[in-house]
Design a protein around this ligand. Structure first.
Ligand code: CTP
Length: 399
């Protein structure tokens, strides 16, 4: 997959720069053409000569070419099929966000028309800092693609996340990146809702449920990898995503979730409703904290809108609507009723009776029940693999 690919490799100042030698070697042995661009501080960790020998190319460290001429950053930015910044230091990530052009590498980054992939390397606490978390989100909004660092021992001696991905992992990522996508979801808009809704009782209390959003986020990632443009309507969750194909819309209540889903349904080829939507919400939301008074109090609840049923009414024949059901008893009959009531194309059933399935776990055991009553059962597996199974079922139904 990498044969003949033109790769601009940006190297910034981090101890992980020593791994760039192996990375260049692996890329070149797979037939890629590599042009290395280094920041000045990167040259203190590894010499341009080493990388020039391994890449069989000139290494660029500044605007001057050493012969009274200049290096044209625009040419390099336009030459690459991809620009890979590995290691990407915290400093360079911040500069990428601001567009600070104080070295040749940044000039190439700003001129690059090709996709940019970056592999951060930094100490644990730097990676966990809100500024870095925010920077990763911003870079993802620019379309820059993150190769997440690994957990392990860091140069500082601390343990944690921040080790740059290994050269073999970066090469595997690039091979995957250049593998043409063969999926019916390529270019399709997919609407997914995920997580729990929150129904306020007063300014400090609410009704919600145990959903963590893991299944919905896993499906969003898997669909994005298949080339879908995903709109992820997210209720309460600790999760985040940086995939450039995923647009996250954060919501709180069932009504807000419904509104955002309705807004985006008509443009979507598929909607997958994984969210645990609260069925009821308080009739009155107190404007002040409710004070403790009688031994018993009654909270009056009213039925929330059923997002799935409403989308089922609006569904065109060209659209697919997939629901989820978490049942504790009489599961198959309940799931089958929901298919009809909500006009779903199929329902994904998970049972709280299965160990390893349901809220908060990293695994799930599902069955898919179709409109005609046919049922496919799947083994217990990671939510990432379950997401692939669900998308495969969807692809079988797409034209
Ligand atoms: N759902 C929805 N809006 C609601 C409730 C549920 O869109 N207000 C969706 C869920 O996201 C899920 C499907 O409907 O895809 C089934 O949810 P579930 O809670 O199992 O069904 P309910 O209709 O709420 O039925 P019950 O709680 O009585 O089992």
């Amino acid at each position: 997959m990498l044969k003949g690919k033109k790769i601009v490799l940006g190297i910034t100042g981090s101890i992980a720069a020593y791994k760039a030698a192996s990375l260049v070697r692996l890329l070149v042995t797979r037939g890629a053409e590599v042009k290395v661009v280094m920041s000045e501080s990167a040259t203190q960790f590894i010499t341009p000569l080493t990388l020039s020998v391994l890449s069989k190319n000139t290494v660029y460290t500044s605007f001057e070419d050493g012969n009274n001429g200049w290096n044209n950053h625009v040419d390099i930015g336009l030459w690459g099929d991809v620009m890979v910044i590995a290691p990407a230091s915290a400093n360079t990530m911040a500069k990428m966000i601001q567009g600070i052009c104080d070295n040749f590498l940044m000039a190439c980054y700003l001129s690059a028309k090709c996709p940019v992939i970056y592999a951060p390397a930094m100490d644990r606490d730097m990676y966990l800092h809100p500024a870095t978390i925010q920077n990763i989100e911003t870079l993802s909004s620019y379309g820059n693609i993150l190769i997440e660092p690994n957990e392990g021992e860091l140069a500082s001696g601390l343990q944690g996340k921040g080790r740059m991905s290994e050269p073999e992992e970066i090469v595997a990522f690039l091979e995957d990146f250049f593998t043409p996508i063969d999926s019916k979801l390529l270019g399709q808009t997919v609407l997914i809702n995920a997580g729990a809704t929150i129904e306020p009782i007063d300014p400090v209390r609410y009704i919600s449920n145990h959903s963590t959003g893991k299944m919905g986020y896993a499906i969003a990632e898997a669909a994005a990898k298949r080339g879908a443009m995903v709109i992820l309507v997210s209720g309460k969750t600790q999760l985040s995503t940086t995939h450039p194909n995923i647009t996250v819309k954060h919501v709180t209540t069932a009504n807000e979730m419904a509104q955002v889903c309705f807004d985006h349904f008509s443009e979507s080829a598929v909607a997958i409703l994984t969210a645990a939507v609260a069925d009821y919400a308080p009739v009155n939301v107190a404007s002040q904290k409710i004070k403790k008074s009688d031994e018993h109090i009654t909270l009056e609840l009213k039925k929330n809108i059923d997002i799935a049923s409403e989308l089922g009414k609006r569904k065109k024949t060209s659209q697919l609507l997939v629901g989820f059901a978490l049942e504790t008893e009489n599961e198959e009959a309940h799931a089958a009723q929901k298919i009809v009531k909500k006009n779903l194309d199929f329902i994904v059933l998970n049972s709280l009776n299965d160990a390893g399935a349901g809220f908060g776990t990293d695994t799930n055991k599902i069955s898919v029940i179709h409109r005609d009553g046919s049922r496919s059962n799947f083994e217990l597996k990671s939510k990432a693999k379950v997401a692939e199974d669900i998308l495969n079922e969807i692809e079988k139904l797409l034209p």
